[in-house]
Structures are given as C-alpha cells and as structure tokens.
Design a protein around this ligand. Structure first.
Ligand SMILES: Cc1cc2nc3c(=O)[nH]c(=O)nc-3n(C[C@H](O)[C@H](O)[C@H](O)COP(=O)(O)OP(=O)(O)OC[C@H]3O[C@@H](n4cnc5c(N)ncnc54)[C@H](O)[C@@H]3O)c2cc1C
Length: 388
C-alpha cells in the first residue's frame, strides 16, 4: 500500500493553501458577524478552477478524481475557512453528469465549470420531511410540455447565491406507490427566472452558523419538461447516486476542521502558561488534543479508502458513510478539546474557535444526521433489522 501523496496531489493542496491564505480568519469572522456570503472567496475559488474540479474535461472542468476534490475542501476548512459556502457546486452537478441528457450536460456543465452559472442549491428537505426523504409533499404535475410545481422547501442553502437549483418533487402521489422510493423526480430550476416571475419566493432562514440557508416557496412554478433529469419517478435513485461523493466531501470538510482545531489547540497549549508551566504539559489538556489528532488520522484513512474505491468505480457506500460518521465525530471531539484548551478565550470571537465550533457541529446533522448513517451501517452493511 502506498500512502504517499503524488506530486500533483501535493501541488493541489499547496495551491489551495496559498489561495486560502488570502482569506484569513478576520475575513471569515467579519462575514460571520454580518451573516454575509463569502463572494470574493467563492470567486477566487471559481477563477482558479477549483469548483469545476470534478467536471469532465470535455465540459470544461479539470476532471480530477474525488480524492482531489476531497483534498481541496479539506484544505479550505483546515485554513480556517468554510467550504460550505461553495461545496455543493462541486457535487450537485454529479446528478446532471450521471443522469442528465447529453443536451442538458452541454447546456449546463460548461457554464458551471467556468462559474458563469452557479448550481449550488439542492432542494430536498421540507418542513415535514427531512430524514425521511420519500415523504416529501412538493408536487410536480405534468401539464402539456411542462410541470407545474407547488410546495415548500426548508433549510435550502445558498439559494440566494445560486442561479440554478436541483429540485426533488413528487410526480406520483405517495399512496399510489407500491415502491415508496419511486414517484419522485429531479428537475433543474432556474431560480432567477422563478424569483422574477414570482413563482419562487426565497426567504432567508437564520441559523447559528453563517450558512445562507433559506425557506423556498414554490407557487405554480412552471418547469419545462426538458429540465427534468432522467426518467420521471426515478429522482430518489438519482440523488442517492450522488450521496457517496457528498459523504466523502463532507468527511473531508470535517477532517479539515479537525486539523484546524488540533493545530490551534496544540499551539495555544504550548504558549499559554498557568501555574508556572505551559498548560499543554498537563495531561488533562494534552491528552484530549492528542486523542483528537489520532481519531482524525483514522478518519482520514477511511475517507481516503472511500475516495479510492469511488475513483476506481467500485462500491463505496459503506466506507463513504462511515468516513462521514467518524470524521464528523472526530472533528467535534477536536472542537471540544480546542475550546477547553482555550478556557475563556475559546468563547471570545477574536479567537475564531467558537465560530469553527459552531460550523463543525452542523456536519453531524446535515446533510445527513449521523443517526441515519448508523442506521445505514447497521442495516445495509451489517444486515440487522430495519427500524424504518
Ligand atoms: C444549516 C443547514 C443546511 C442545510 N442545507 C440543506 C440543503 O441545502 N438542502 C436540503 O435539502 N436540506 C438541507 N438541510 C436539511 C438537512 O438535510 C436536514 O435537517 C437533515 O436531513 C435532518 O432532517 P430534519 O431536520 O427534518 O430532522 P428529522 O428528520 O426530523 O429528524 C430529527 C432527529 O431525529 C433523528 N431520527 C429520525 N429518524 C430516525 C431513525 N429512524 N433512527 C434514529 N434517529 C432518527 C434524526 O437523526 C434527527 O437527529 C440543511 C440543514 C441545516 C441545519
């Protein structure tokens, strides 16, 4: 087994680190305080081609493997930034790439690759359907060569900073279905046009992080049939297909956060003197940080294996889910060790620990809660009885 990074992998990490160095803690802190979107950062990422990393060359992307996409997002979070502002641009296009028609790919992917068009909103969750996706109620009713969509989505991130949204909507009533995973379809929605016509209303939804989430109301929204991806009724399958990449990338953001916490905690523990010695000399301070580092290393190996399997075209559901689980847990343990190490200063905004603490907590719940990941492992990997 070869665990070393190739020249290209080193160069990618180094280039992302250099870009991120132009956006220091103070940049992210100021945005957090004003709940502002990191427009300059996302533009810099786009201009450097990093957000088109996974798009094939024939559509203008750099066709990097998922392992490299993972490295890009990990480095962003390890630098103190937050890749959540733009990560969906990297993986949402996977649904178009894998299940879209040739004309949809030609129409959208090259413009997504250059950044001319942003596809970084994914409308799945509803007020009464989060973990249980197959219960969504937003309907898309066929009328001639278009669908008419009505419903409400909640927690939809970055919708105000995206031109397009992938939308999951119901095309067959739930009660009419024998197989409840059928009957949902995926559409590409032109958010700008929808807002202009009044068929789409986007309302900001404040959360404890600077995450740009929204509630979206869809009122008689007309979507041309040509903007349905793949077959009608197969939408749930299509979005499941993109979940493994999403899990690997989210695991990477957690690993990046965890690296940041461990680095800050060890530095502070070495510099801060209390009772005449550095606090890091106390096992009560040192061991949780060391433990977090060890856990992050283990999570990194699992993430790397998941990405390696995916890039070889092999099944990676178990590894991708477990990587997301253990990486988000390791990052959260690192966050707690870091805040404890900093004492009162861990709560002071100027130290950025509290900001990263809030940001990394989300990854245990969204885009999928760790309970649901455990259910996947218990039921699909270990074959135990289904709880739902
Ligand atoms: C900041 C933020 C951004 C988000 N961005 C998006 C987005 O861009 N697009 C989008 O579509 N959604 C988004 N979401 C929604 C997110 O995916 C959901 O919040 C998540 O899937 C959980 O759904 P829920 O909140 O409805 O919780 P529920 O499904 O109501 O679950 C509540 C709790 O019960 C637990 N639970 C439920 N069923 C079981 C079970 N069978 N076994 C064990 N535990 C169970 C869950 O794990 C969870 O802890 C975002 C959420 C947040 C907070």
């Amino acid at each position: 087994m070869d665990f070393s990074l190739s020249e290209d992998q080193r160069a990618i990490r180094e280039a992302v680190r250099e870009l991120c160095a132009r956006f220091p803690d103070a940049y992210w802190r100021a945005l957090d305080e004003r709940s502002e979107y990191p427009t300059d950062f996302v533009k810099a990422l786009t201009d450097a081609g990093w957000l088109g990393a996974l798009i094939p060359r024939r559509y203008g992307g750099s066709e990097l493997p998922v392992a490299d996409g993972a490295a890009i997002l990990e480095e962003i979070n390890a630098s103190g930034g937050n890749a959540a502002a733009a990560h969906a641009q990297m993986y949402t296009m996977g649904t178009v790439l894998r299940h879209g028609s040739d004309s949809q790919k030609e129409r959208y992917l090259p413009r997504i690759a250059t950044g001319e068009v942003r596809l970084q909103a994914f409308g799945v969750t509803e007020p009464d359907a989060g973990s249980e996706t197959t219960r969504i109620k937003t309907t898309a009713v066929k009328s001639g060569d278009r669908y008419v969509v009505n419903g409400q989505k909640v927690f939809i991130s970055r919708a105000q900073h995206s031109d397009l949204m992938l939308l999951l909507a119901r095309t067959t009533p739930y009660d009419d279905l024998e197989d409840k995973t059928r009957g949902l379809s995926v559409f590409i929605v032109d958010l700008r046009k929808g807002v202009e016509s009044g068929q789409v209303e986007i309302r900001p939804l404040a959360t404890m992080m600077n995450h740009h989430s929204t509630t979206i109301f869809l009122r008689d929204l007309e979507i041309p049939e040509r903007d349905r991806i793949g077959e009608e009724g197969m939408g749930f399958r299509y979005i499941i297909d993109s979940w493994n990449v999403e899990r690997i990338l989210i695991a990477s953001e957690s690993i990046g956060d965890g690296r940041w916490f461990v680095e800050r905690a060890s530095r502070y523990a070495t510099e801060r003197t209390v009772f005449g010695r550095p606090i890091g000399a106390n096992q009560g301070v040192q061991f949780p940080v060391a433990q977090a580092h060890a856990d992050l290393q283990a999570a990194t190996l699992l993430r790397d294996k998941a990405a390696w399997l995916f890039d070889r075209g092999e099944k990676c559901g178990a590894e991708a889910n477990m990587a997301k689980l253990v990486a988000s847990q390791a990052a959260w343990a690192a966050a707690n060790a870091c805040i404890d190490t900093h004492g009162g200063y861990g709560f002071a905004k100027d130290f950025d620990v509290e900001r990263k603490f809030r940001e990394t907590r989300l990854l245990m719940v969204a885009p999928i809660s760790n309970n649901l990941v455990l259910a996947y492992v218990g039921q699909h990997v270990l074959g135990m009885p289904r709880s739902y």
